[in-house]
Design a binder for this molecule. Structure first.
Ligand SMILES: Nc1ncnc2c1ncn2[C@@H]1O[C@H](COP(=O)(O)OP(=O)(O)OP(=O)(O)O)[C@@H](O)[C@H]1O
Ligand SMILES: [Mg+2]
Length: 276
């Protein structure tokens, strides 16, 4: 088990009710996880608890079977292994230029100068930031800032990567590029957990879905099993992916999309092969 939340409760100072309420979940190795849930259900708070930015008032969070410790050294180590890409890139960027921003986290890892410069060059290329290397961070567009904030975390090569709304502000080309990069690092052994409102994306991308409501985990499972529960998902204010909706409408009508696809699971695999 990589990370485990056991009956976690977290209430913001001065808040009336907990943002996270008796939440238990487990994150295993090497999978693609996604968290969905309405605005304010607690996704961002959960991420901040996972990398030790917040400390729960109740419950235990375990990283690789051991309870989190909250001293400076332990938190530094945890944050190198559990990378968090913030929902708002403005909160993440610290350097004056793109290159300096990328080097910031690496300097704390105790790497040799040669390795630092190799990792920076590789990341600039991977994230198509080479032309912007010496650009002041505050000149970047919002989408470019988002791309840099993801690169800032990926350059540290974390074991668990938490991405809060990673595709927000990205154009279709950069979204596709990001998905390819995520698939590549996941195949190399990084576990990825994404919070998003994009149901079509999670339907095709995720291995395992966590559905939150009101600070609690309501349901979890494969995308096929979660979205099969249409009434429940509608009751949670989320609904089901548009493409699954279309499939269900078509498969119930005389207009056959593709006669070789007999159920929703086959349909998802068919689309996945075409698009992902
Ligand atoms: N700093 C804060 N102080 C008090 N309450 C907060 C604070 N930050 C968030 N909250 C509250 O905690 C709850 C959970 O918020 P959180 O940001 O985790 O939700 P979310 O699922 O990430 O929402 P979104 O989809 O809009 O990003 C909300 O009710 C929110 O109003
Ligand atoms: Mg959020």
């Amino acid at each position: 088990m990589l990370m485990e939340f056991e009956e976690i409760e977290y209430t913001y100072p001065c808040a009336q009710k907990p943002a996270i309420n008796c939440l238990s979940l487990q994150i295993g190795q090497c999978k693609r996880y996604a968290i969905i849930g309405r605005n304010g259900c607690g996704k961002t708070t959960l991420f901040r608890l996972a990398n030790g930015l917040y400390r729960p008032q109740k419950g235990i969070i375990r990283w690789q079977e051991k309870p989190l410790k909250y001293n400076h050294t332990a938190l530094n180590k945890l944050r190198q292994q559990v990378g968090l890409v913030f929902q708002d890139p403005e909160q993440q960027l610290v350097g004056t230029t793109v290159e300096e921003d990328l080097s910031y986290g690496l300097c704390n890892l105790g790497l040799k100068p040669r390795e630092i410069s190799d990792r920076i060059q590789q990341t600039l290329t991977e994230f198509e930031l080479t032309d912007l290397a010496y650009t002041p961070v505050n000149y970047l567009s919002l989408g470019q800032k988002k791309r840099l904030s993801i690169a800032d975390v990926m350059i540290l090569q974390p074991k668990l990567l938490l991405l809060d709304e990673p595709t927000a502000y990205l154009d279709p080309y950069q979204t596709r590029h990001l998905i390819n990069t995520l698939n590549y690092i996941q195949a190399k052994g990084t576990t990825i957990l994404i919070a998003t409102h994009d149901l079509d994306f999670v339907y095709l991308w995720a291995d395992w879905l966590l559905v939150m409501d009101n600070g609690q985990l309501q349901v979890e499972g494969t995308p096929d099993n979660v979205f099969k529960q249409r009434q429940l998902m509608e009751g949670l204010g989320l609904g089901i992916p548009l493409m699954l909706n279309l499939w269900q409408t078509w498969s119930n009508s005389s207009f056959a999309v593709n006669s070789s696809l007999s159920d929703a699971q086959q349909f998802r695999q068919w689309i996945q092969q075409k698009w992902m």
